[in-house]
Design a protein around this ligand. Sequence first.
Ligand SMILES: *[C@@H]1O[C@H](CO)[C@@H](O)[C@H](O)[C@H]1NC(C)=O
Length: 263
Amino acid sequence: MGGAGPSTRCAPQDVQCLHVSVFVAGRYNKFSRTLPQTPWVIDGERRMESSVEELITAPLLASFRSEGFNFCSSGREDVDVRTLGNGRPFAVELLNPHRAQFSRAEVRQLQEAINTSSDKVKVRDLQIVTREAVAHMKEGEEDKTKSYGALIWTQRPIEKEDIEFINNIKELKIAQKTPLRVLHRRPLAVRQRLIHTMTASYLNPHHFHLNLRTQAGTYIKEFVHGDFGRTKPNLCELMEADTDILELDVESVDVDWPPAVED
Ligand SMILES: *[C@@H]1O[C@H](CO)[C@@H](O)[C@H](O)[C@H]1NC(C)=O
């Protein structure tokens, strides 16, 4: 007879523990003109040794022992553009981290590890944030102001009047057709943008430094050379001179997130 024992055996199930994502935010400077923001792969082949994304995430992945990541930032710069000043806000989602608790001192050590891993990228204001807070970075991005510094070449010699003329331009409305160089990844559209102010400083007869404060999303290179008439008006037209942009730096991204972290 026997008692009414269990009729089935207990079969152990696989137990999987996944930790929810941890979000780390900060601001980065990029001091190289040969560093892309994300890995640059063409036809399965790597074109550049590293990227902003890899330099920032490598120490994070190792310390959080996470299985992967998603990187996002407030806009992005071209491979040959530096990002100076206070830097560009970014956030990294660390997927399934095996360690999630870090003290302030440990987060600071992580920042130092990123800073010392190369001379191309430095980070500040590194902090652990919530998923919701990351949304602040993307809010009203289009209405923000960005400041740039550019080295401009002109074919004809620059006159004192050119400098004054540029410095007097305020709240200039421009229309930009999607630049030829990004047309393979962006839809064709015409975007209205504002150049709030420009400040020119004479360097020599064929070069001047141009400081621009513009609405976020303005294509600066195209505003200078005109992109075969796709940006109107452009600096060539305005100055009645052939002009080109030799160097470009982002000098500030006016997004007030993430909050500053005191040293
Ligand atoms: C990392 O570099 C940035 C930018 O130069 C600096 O503001 C920050 O204090 C540095 N942090 C550490 C911990 O070295």
